[in-house]
Write a protein that binds this ligand. Sequence first.
Ligand code: ADP
Length: 261
Amino acid sequence: TTPLLQVNELSKRFDTGYRRFKRTYNQALHPVSFVLNKGETLAVVGEAGSGKSTLARILVGAEDRTTGDILFEGEALELRNLKQRCKLIRMIFQDPNTSLNPRLTIGELLDEPLKFNTSLDVKERKAQVIDRLRKVGLLPEHAEFYPHMISEGMKQRVAVARALMLNPKIIIADEALTALDLSVRSQILNLLLKLQKEMGLSYIFVSHNLNIIKHFSDKIMVLHKGEMVEKATTEDLFNSPQHEYTQRLIQEQDLLNHKRG
Ligand code: ADP
């Protein structure tokens, strides 16, 4: 069967200007390939500067790629076509305080993406907004609130609801759990897992923290200095990490766990 998302030899090189009369580049991402199936969760793990955000930003069309193909259900995806892409892939960011415009009400924030679905009238749009509020555990009344009036956890719920407005197939969460307090983190995680079951969503979790993602990822891709050093099912990666770098990551994480415990 055709995978939902197929990424072939995707790479990114930033042009960093001239030095000593020579062009200089920064290879942020060496060619990576992977597939994501319906309902699956892939984690992209690596330290700061490993290329995780560059990969995520290319997938949501915020950055051009240097090489590679991105196929959605077997067809080349035109990422620059915002309307087409927003119906397939949406992103949730680390900090809802910067990702949600503070001057818009929650209702307006959720209504905004619906401009891409021109077949809906005002009444239907309202109904969609209320439906997504309910889906993420908020109330219709919250539509009238501004982001500053609600808690951090509720703000992240709004960010999730906003990502769901156009019924995307894939959600990319860029460190979306990392900054949250532990109790809020597990609430948001449970919400995402519930939505995955209900809506058949596929997730790509981008994180520097193996601990956070290991309990719910089907497979893990490890990036190191822009290179994919290992790709395996979560079980295999933890039971028998093949690459030296992955082994080190797991050891460091274990040490941290012992310190905390
Ligand atoms: P991560 O998300 O894993 O922290 P990034 O994808 O942000 O890593 O960065 C990967 C590499 O790409 C880094 O070396 C970073 O400095 C570089 N980079 C990111 N954005 C740009 C840019 N706009 N111009 C030049 N280099 C960039």
